[in-house]
Design a protein. Structure first.
Length: 293
């Protein structure tokens, strides 16, 4: 429908749940059920196009969808090499992280990039792999497989594989070991260069500012503590990723102040210990639900 922004999202799979969760955190109210191709957002003029992840870059490039949420690995595969789709990354979203790795039989003869010369490598990512091999000046053959790539060395289809790894359990279960990371991937928001109508542009800007808020609030914490006045500078230095903290006099005679700050990076136990060493007391770390600058 004209005027409604369309975002392509994986319907089912590793990306789907976290993509839906992020959009819901950005305040989009929708439900995904059955075999529907579209989920209508009830409180904003946005429709979600529910598709297979591999189709997302193409839908965005062709205009079937204005934007898409997809793994950087799929984005790279569809934009590199011969396909060369004209889409670009607008935001890195920080979820569905994995690495595209080269791997071979553990303790076998093939253990480094140089050993790949004249060998066969099985992969579902021939575009990324061939670009990488060309870059590194390695003459090897890509064998394209749609799935079960990890079985290729065992059935003598290939000498090595190039596949996604997250926990590493699949490689281990198949007696394989990664020896090189080709791409570090996470979910990304992608778009094309087409000009949007003024209506869609304004919805997009609203959505983007909310997505930025979701990304920032995820690792951000609100930290509150009491500290000796003399230690304000030292403590401010330790607070991770925070601008000038708010300092409030406590009205007691012992020279204590209350300090409060938004920390945009993770606050670890080690950070709290370091704050305590500098004289901070009654330290509270609170989650931040929403942020907008
Ligand atoms: O049906 P559709 O085509 O939409 O889905 P799909 O089956 O092609 O993709 P899906 O749902 O498996 O993955 C979607 C996206 O999730 C990928 O494109 C990646 O961006 C991201 N992702 C994150 C992963 C993994 N982690 C992952 N571990 N995608 C796949 N894997 C596979 C990998 O291929 C290997 O088989 O999981 C296995 C390895 O996992 P570990 O934990 O054993 O290392
Ligand atoms: Zn897929």
């Amino acid at each position: 429908m004209p005027g409604r922004l369309r975002i392509a999202v994986q319907k089912k799979g590793r990306l789907a749940d976290e993509s839906f969760a992020m959009l819901k955190k950005a305040g989009l109210n929708f439900s995904v059920r059955g075999d529907g191709l579209l989920a209508r957002v009830k409180n904003l003029p946005i429709d979600l196009l529910l598709v297979r992840d591999d189709d997302i870059p193409n839908f965005v490039a062709s205009g079937a969808s204005d934007f898409g949420l997809v793994g950087e690995n799929v984005f790279a595969e569809e934009t590199l090499g011969s396909k060369g789709l004209d889409v670009s990354i607008l935001r890195r979203l920080g979820f569905s992280r994995c690495n595209l790795c080269l791997a071979a039989i553990e303790n076998g003869s093939l253990q480094s990039l140089a050993d790949l010369k004249n060998k066969k490598i099985a992969t579902s990512y021939p575009g990324i792999l061939s670009t990488y091999l060309k870059d590194k000046n390695i003459d090897a053959t890509c064998v394209e497989m749609k799935g079960a790539v990890e079985l290729a060395p065992r059935i003598n289809v290939a000498d090595a594989i190039c596949d996604l790894v997250s926990s590493g359990a699949t490689l281990e279960a198949n007696g394989l070991k990664a020896f090189e990371t080709i791409l570090e991937s996470e979910a990304v928001l992608i778009g094309s260069r087409r000009t949007l109508s003024a209506e869609k542009q304004s919805i997009y800007e609203r959505l983007l500012s909310r997505i930025d808020g979701v990304i920032r609030s995820k690792d951000s914490k609100y930290i509150m503590l009491n500290a000796p006045q003399s230690q304000i500078k030292a403590i401010s230095k330790i607070l991770p990723g925070s601008d000038a903290p708010t300092i409030i006099p406590l009205g007691t005679d012992d020279g204590l102040v209350a300090m409060q700050a938004v920390c945009t990076e993770n606050v670890f136990w080690e950070t709290l210990e370091a704050l305590k060493d500098k004289g901070a007391r009654s330290i509270l770390v609170l989650p931040i639900e929403k942020m907008m600058s």
